[in-house]
Design a protein around this ligand. Structure first.
Ligand code: IPM
Ligand code: MG
Length: 355
């Protein structure tokens, strides 16, 4: 029996999670996987109901589960709360930290059916299949921050902290993944400026001899941003620190046609956390417009990494490819000649394709 904690969150979160849950249930039924699914309040929704974006019952429920499926958090409604109560800083980041999920895998794959949806030329992105491994529980996101009043305004100090151990454990994921894939690893840093990046590079160099089969290279983050749009297929596995990974993974997402297509798995703690990389998109929330595929593909990652069920994971991924081949498209990936569908219709079509 596997326990799954579900955190729909805010904005389009609940809509995409509803569809992804249908898909999870369908796959579980087909492959005889016994699930106990419990929903918890999280983010702005939790703040509205309880006064805190990460209520203790939610954290406890996540800790006691095998995996957590998360929609998205945040929205203009909560933007003016004190930072520690805002959904991002008060719920999402503490949840990642508390679960210890330091290795965030963000695969960006261009489905042949979506080559035309990208803003880049088909010949640049066709066949693209890369994965960004983002460090998720350290760096500038979690270092101490302060704001002082000074004459004429304020002065802020934010600290970027990394230890050898924190770097090594996520870089190991990069090497291991590269080993299972095309054996090419790109470590991205800003070693020409940042001390943390110099340490990052040293750690990668120290680990490289243990992976003689992996060809590792270093790239500065500004160059990587350029190379991702110039010739993205030169990459296979990219490993990088928290903030660089945040930025580069949005960029990688757009290569695939839409940020609405990218799932993620956050691993390394006892419990796996699965979420689409997109945000809560308040502008389209509640309108049945959002693309549920990123969350559905996150369910596939959940089946693979937390439930050790590769066959069920494959079935979900194949079902997604199938509905795309059938021409179903949410607004974000719609091109001429395809059938526009809403969130619910897309989810139902994936469920049907699993059968
Ligand atoms: C992401 C998001 C979050 C992040 C935000 C919502 C705090 O952009 O998961 O990429 O920066 O990690
Ligand atoms: Mg982001």
């Amino acid at each position: 029996m596997y326990k799954i904690a579900v955190l729909p969150g805010d904005g389009i979160g609940p809509e995409v999670v509803t569809q992804a849950l249908q898909v999870l249930k369908k796959a579980a039924e087909k492959y005889n996987i016994d699930l106990e699914i419990k929903e918890y309040l999280f983010g702005g929704a939790a703040y509205d109901a309880t006064g805190h974006p990460l209520p203790p019952e939610t954290l406890q429920g996540c800790r006691e589960s095998h995996a957590v499926l998360l929609g998205a958090v945040g929205g203009p409604k909560w933007d003016n709360l004190p930072v520690e109560l805002r959904p991002e800083r008060g719920a999402l980041l503490p949840l990642r930290k508390e679960l210890g999920v330091y290795a965030n895998l963000r695969p960006a794959r261009v489905y042949p059916q979506l080559v035309e949806s990208s803003t880049l030329k088909p010949e640049v992105i066709a066949g693209l299949d890369i994965i960004v491994v983002r460090e998720l529980t350290g760096g500038i996101y979690f270092g101490s921050k302060e704001r002082q009043e000074i004459p004429g305004g304020y002065k802020v100090v934010e600290t970027l902290e990394y230890s050898t151990g924190e770097i090594a454990r996520v870089v190991r994921w990069g090497f291991e993944l590269a080993r299972q894939r095309s054996k090419r690893l790109t470590s991205v840093d800003k070693a020409n400026v940042l001390e943390s990046s110099r340490l990052w590079r040293e750690v990668v160099e120290q680990m490289a001899p243990a992976y003689p089969d992996v060809q590792v290279s270093h790239m500065l983050v500004d160059n990587c941003a350029m190379q991702l749009v110039r010739n993205p297929r030169q990459f296979d596995v990219i490993v990088t620190e928290n903030m660089f990974g945040d930025i580069l993974s949005d960029q990688a997402a757009q290569l695939t046609g839409s940020i609405g297509m990218l799932p993620s798995a956050s691993l390394g703690g006892g419990v796996g956390l699965y979420e689409p990389i997109h945000g809560s998109a308040p502008d389209i929330a509640g309108q049945n417009k959002a693309n549920p595929l990123a969350t559905i593909l996150s369910v596939a990652m959940l089946l693979r990494h937390s439930l050790q069920h590769p066959a069920a994971a494959d079935a979900v991924e194949k079902a997604v490819a199938r509905v795309l081949a059938d021409g179903l498209r949410t607004a974000d990936i719609l091109t001429a000649g395809c059938r526009p569908v809403g969130t619910a219709e897309m989810g139902a079509a994936v469920c049907q394709a699993i059968e």
